[in-house]
Design a protein. Structure first.
Length: 309
């Protein structure tokens, strides 16, 4: 826990120094959006199924995709700023300080970027992504890593630490677009798609509201903006379980917790269209659904921001 707070403190000081520097020097400003969660935020759409409007390198949109790493393993959150292009999806994506290893999969980042540029056509956009498939908020859920800030484990490093490292590394770069002018990243929103792993067991599903509220508060704190808008995706079920058709046994409990969170937070909203989405397998949305999902995230975030400003 001490390590987590030291990283958060360092990040806070870094953000303050960046903003202070920006007040005294000629700078570019970029609207920054964070994307986090588990595999349906990773994205399992196929690049080969993208329309030409999204199968491209985006102008004036950059992404820092933190290297997704298991708990207690080194290298989590490493990455580089690059112009957004397809390939930031699936479990085989990786990154280090030299570059990104792109895949044949994509997530919501492409359609999100295309849609958000419609709202901010003359501005630069920066995406920070850290997500990892199978991860839960609760240590008691069966998972492939957890986000619990009090995680001890073997080395005390988990997905929350990797998130903090991702953001710290992203903010360390002063000129992300390489135009010779320092950049200031202005936190504009959080999109979050996660909860399936916590819906496997009743004990973790029953604690989901508390864990979600705490995690969203910590993510907001990392960006030093208590009221930064949050849009979460409501988890759904493909109905493809061979035994009873229900992949997530305690889906209803997690869905209720998600609804409760947005009801109690005036700076949060939820995407419910997920119940209509199609799947590539029992757990992952297909290409068409992910494209729609990204657009919904962008539209809902812009709508939310407009309602509270």
């Amino acid at each position: 826990m001490k390590n987590k707070f030291s990283i958060l403190t360092m990040l806070s000081l870094l953000l303050v120094s960046v903003l202070t520097y920006g007040q005294a020097q000629k700078v570019d400003t970029l609207r920054v959006f964070y994307m986090g969660g588990q595999s349906n935020m990773d994205g399992y759409g196929y690049v080969s199924e993208l329309p030409d409007t999204l199968n491209k390198t985006f102008e004036n949109v950059w992404i820092f995709h933190g290297n997704p790493t298991p708990d207690d393993k080194p290298g989590g959150g490493m990455g580089v700023w690059e112009k957004l292009q397809p390939g930031h999806g699936g479990w085989m994506f990786s990154s280090d300080e030299k570059g990104n290893k792109l895949t044949n999969r994509f997530g919501v980042e492409l359609s999100f970027a295309a849609k958000i540029k419609e709202f901010y056509p003359n501005e630069k956009i920066a995406l920070i992504k850290y997500s990892k498939g199978g991860t839960s908020l609760d240590t008691l859920a069966p998972n492939y890593g957890c986000w619990d800030p009090e995680y001890v484990g073997v080395k005390g490093i988990n997905q929350y630490d990797n998130f903090l490292t991702t953001v710290t590394n992203a903010y360390r770069i002063k000129d992300i677009d390489g135009n010779g002018i320092d950049d200031v990243l202005i936190p504009e929103g959080i999109i979050w798609m996660q909860g399936e792993a916590d819906a496997i067991k009743k004990i973790s599903a029953e604690k989901y509201y508390y864990n979600l509220k705490r995690m969203m508060g910590l993510i907001r704190a990392a960006f030093r903006k208590d009221n930064i808008p949050i849009v979460i995706g409501k988890i759904s079920d493909s109905g493809q379980d061979e035994k009873d058709g229900k992949v997530w046994d305690y889906l209803d409990l997690v869905q209720y917790a998600q609804e409760q969170f947005v009801e109690n937070d005036r700076h949060a909203s939820i995407i419910r269209d997920t119940e209509k989405y199609s799947y590539t397998d029992e757990a992952h949305y297909d290409s068409k659904s992910l494209i729609e999902f990204g657009e919904k995230f962008a539209s809902e975030l812009y709508k939310l921001k407009s309602s509270i400003e």
